[in-house]
Design a binder for this molecule. Sequence first.
Ligand code: IPE
Ligand code: IPE
Ligand code: MG
Length: 264
Amino acid sequence: MQRFASSTRDVPPALAVPRHVAIIMDGNGRWAKKHLLPRFAGHRQGVRTVRTMVRCCLERGIEYLTLFAFSSENWRRPQDEVSLLMQLFVRVLKEEVRKLDRNGVRLRVIGDLTRFEPDLQALIDASEQRTAANSRLVLTIAANYGGRWDILQAVKRMQMEDPGRGDDWDEGDLTPHLAMSYAPEPDLFIRTGGEQRVSNFLLWQLAYSELYFTDVLWPEFDADAFDAALAWYRQRERRFGRTSEQLLGAPPAAPPATDQRADA
Ligand code: IPE
Ligand code: IPE
Ligand code: MG
């Protein structure tokens, strides 16, 4: 398997266009409320934005797009909203996979899929297999995903692989077991809908991602809004622990030899 730079062990390349964009698609319910519609109408409208984002990533040469569709905590929502979301997931998978395939998009789904109905699990499996040879864009949908679940399942699998090893583990032993080990860490994280929190998304992988928050509600997030996020990203200085001077290749400025403050 391909190994990617780990932001805490290596310094990943800082490119003008992010390789990997991860998005918390938030604000569907509030969009629906604003339009006096049921919450579900907001989720349906949100699917349109997903299509727009896939197109944007293909056009801009972004290699990985990861979307948080359903968190491990979203089961706490009213039962009818949960079941409508599941139905929507099934419908969208059935309708969109052919188009994704035609466009060279590889679909992957991460999360604890065992909690889903067997039909949905089979559909996910078939969709992943159908697109497995594609490499223009990897579209990852996080469903029943939680960052803590991911870290724990990785720890368990790591220990299972070598049970007699004791406690001599390091980062490099763990990361191949994370759900997204096939992708570099996200360069850019976007959350729509105004909240400034991570809500148990990719906790491990966001260690050095640039975090962008916008008030725009997910159904209204469009190509211009995405480009604004990309423009903001380009302005960031990704230091990965170093100083600005190091990045510019200049030696750090020496501190003044004496206290030069003028006495009053
Ligand atoms: C995000 O929109 C979609 C899911 C979590 C499935 P929300 O449904 O959280 O929308 P708001 O936050 O209530 O507006
Ligand atoms: C995060 O949104 C999860 C998804 C977008 C799938 P939520 O709307 O569930 O997050 P909180 O509850 O406001 O943190
Ligand atoms: Mg929300």
